[in-house]
Design a binder for this molecule. Structure first.
Ligand SMILES: [Fe+2]
Length: 388
């Protein structure tokens, strides 16, 4: 609790100073230029003899798949049928490929969609259960086959999370598997695989990583380990995102962002997120707004809302993002403008009439309960209005 008197409209959740925590990250992380050259040796180390690559068509078209395949022994089969916002149907298809090929390892390559889909497919293949049976907390009862994650964007941090976010084709809702068992055995962070990412995607995915770090730091379920990770991820993003957007081939900036995205999830994996994701996830699903862009719309508004309640904590994080920043919301807005994320919700044809179902879904999200300042329907609607 802050010592200062809060405005009457600000209700703060109790933050327990000595809350017990349980921090676990079972994923080994290898990073650096040419890290991908270690892939073949790592498969041997984990005893994988018959791997399959799971990815999407974009990774093949970008030439990244060919680069990865040159580092694999023999001819490794590829399933590239994962759609963006992966549907449970495409996960079932990938699971069938793993089962029928009797594969003892999965190499997941791509942004958040192929990584989440591959994690879910490995779990469905090993457990022999339909993927929808695994949705919810701790439903994966058998450790899935060995999975190596190779992220090609610096945003979701899916390579170190216990979550698989999928689109249920039948209900057209986002559903999520949450289990420590789906976490990859190894994350391989190679900045050279991200230099071809266009500026717009670099900015949007970078903002997703920033939101993970900021929301984790703000979360009332944070802990001393996650807090250190969150702060450092924000510092890295403040240092590297502008350069990664403006000079795509700058390897230190690309490595800085890959590390930031991974570290942000080393934080958020144990804390949940906050209001920006609570609103951005249903916004993105209902209005086909790419996840990072939806998050970028909501993040400064969430920061402005939270800094009224916890000014000192938010100011501390603002200084990580931009030394000399006057406030967190201002520093986030300045970065957003500098990296060219200039749209507003109205540009995605979202109007006031669309707010109520989004608010309803946000109210049922754990991410809303993690936020330090209590937000009801009126407050969530005001946040959407501010981003409209
Ligand atoms: Fe996200």
């Amino acid at each position: 609790m802050t010592g200062s008197v809060l405005p009457e409209n600000v209700q703060l959740r109790e933050r327990t100073a000595l809350r017990a925590f349980d921090y676990e990250i079972p994923t080994r992380i290898i990073g650096g230029p040419a890290a991908i050259a270690r892939l073949g040796g790592e498969l041997t180390r984990y005893g994988v003899r018959n791997p399959v690559v799971i990815t999407d068509a974009g990774i093949r078209a970008a030439g990244i798949l060919d680069i990865v395949l040159t580092h694999l022994p023999g001819s490794v089969p590829v399933f590239d049928g994962i759609a963006s916002d992966p549907t449970t149907d495409s996960v079932e298809e990938a699971a069938r490929v793993i089962r029928e090929g009797v594969h003892d390892g999965v190499i997941a390559i791509g942004g958040g969609s192929p990584l989440d889909a591959a994690k879910a497919a490995a779990a469905a293949a090993t457990t022999g259960r339909p993927v929808l049976d695994l949705v919810g907390p701790d439903k994966v009862d058998i450790a899935p086959t060995t999975l190596i994650a190779v992220p090609t964007t610096a945003g979701t941090g899916s390579e170190v999370t216990r979550f698989c976010v999928l689109s249920d084709a039948a209900s057209r809702r986002k559903v999520s598997i949450s289990s420590m068992r789906v976490m990859p055995k190894l994350a391989l962070l190679d900045p050279e695989l991200t230099t071809g990412l266009p500026a717009g995607l670099t900015a949007a995915t970078g903002f997703d990583a920033l939101a993970h770090a900021v929301e984790s730091y703000c979360s009332v379920w944070n802990n001393p380990i996650s807090e250190g990770h969150a702060r450092h991820a924000v510092t890295l993003i403040g240092t590297h995102l502008r350069t990664a957007v403006n000079r795509p081939a700058d390897l230190p900036a690309r490595m800085g962002m890959l590390a930031a995205s991974c570290i942000a999830e080393l934080a958020a994996n144990s804390t949940r997120l906050g209001l920006a994701h609570a609103l951005a996830v249903p916004l993105g699903a209902a209005h086909s707004i790419p996840h990072g862009i939806a998050v970028a719309h909501m993040l400064p508004e969430m920061c402005a809302f939270n800094e009224e309640a916890e000014p000192a904590r938010c100011a501390e994080l603002a200084r990580c993002l931009a030394p000399g920043a006057r406030s967190l919301s201002e520093a986030v807005r300045a970065l957003r403008a500098d990296v060219g994320l200039t749209t507003r919700l109205r540009d995605w044809k979202v109007t006031e009439r669309d707010f109520s179902p989004i608010v309803e879904l946000a109210l049922s999200s754990d991410n809303t309960r993690a936020n330090p300042r209590i937000a009801g329907a009126n407050e969530l609607t005001d946040l959407l209005r501010a981003a409209a």
